[in-house]
Design a binder for this molecule. Structure first.
Ligand SMILES: [Zn+2]
Length: 230
């Protein structure tokens, strides 16, 4: 396999020649880097023509990545940054069959993730998600206690789920569901979402009355909401 960096018509790309049958072109987040994989037998000219033929598509894709701040997909590998309660930690994998718990080193800002000797990205993600679930389960009782006193309402139960929204409240059975990823945000965010959902036990929709309740129970909610969605 050979690797080189080339430029044609203002498009810079890395070219990998390998023992493959057809050409591939990818535009990667977060920087919009262009990568081309080509079969060994193709000439430079054929490769350049292929890249030029894709120029419009490349520019469109790069624009999309930049405008939407698309991040590189997580690989759950050593050195990657992961968040817990708003703080960044560097991931370090521990390959073993004995240590079972995630270890956090606050001083070094390290997160040690125990994984089986062979593991896929999916498996590592699941192990870390289980850790986030435990963190949420530990944090919820105190947060709920505090927020229920502020709002004057108590839910029937609080569940944790992987979900699209940060939280959800079912009016008919008073059940609150919270997003697992809140464990990645600072604790004030969890409080804000909890208060928001508890307010739904008073006001069903997000109208004027609801906002008045939020102003009363969580005066800086607008600022926290902004931070939460960054
Ligand atoms: Zn709501």
């Amino acid at each position: 396999m050979t690797k080189e960096t080339l430029t044609i018509e203002n498009i810079t790309f890395t070219l990998e020649r390998k023992n493959i049958k057809r050409m591939y072109l990818r535009v990667l987040p977060p920087k919009g880097e262009v990568k081309v994989s080509a079969p060994n037998f193709l000439s430079d000219e054929e490769i350049f023509n292929f890249v030029i033929s894709k120029k419009d598509w490349i520019l469109k894709k790069q624009k999309y990545i930049h405008e939407n701040g698309i991040k590189a997909p997580l690989k759950y590998d050593n050195g990657e940054k992961h968040y817990l309660w708003g703080r960044p930690y560097t991931l370090q994998l521990i390959k073993n069959d004995t240590i079972k718990n995630v270890v956090i080193d606050e001083d070094k800002s390290m997160l040690y993730l125990p994984i089986p000797k062979r593991s896929t990205i999916e498996k590592r993600k699941n192990i870390l998600d289980e850790f986030y679930r435990l963190q949420m389960q530990t944090a919820i009782p105190t947060t709920l206690d505090k927020c229920a006193k502020i709002v004057g309402k108590t839910p029937s139960e609080v569940k944790i789920r992987k979900m699209k929204n940060w939280g959800n409240c079912r009016y008919h059975d008073k059940r609150i569901t919270l997003n697992l990823n809140l464990a990645k945000k600072d604790p004030e965010c969890l409080e804000y979402v909890m208060i928001h959902e508890l307010c739904h036990l008073i006001e069903f929709n997000h109208g004027k009355k609801f906002k008045k309740l939020m102003d009363k129970f969580c005066p800086n909610w607008k600022e926290i909401k902004k931070r939460l969605n960054e």
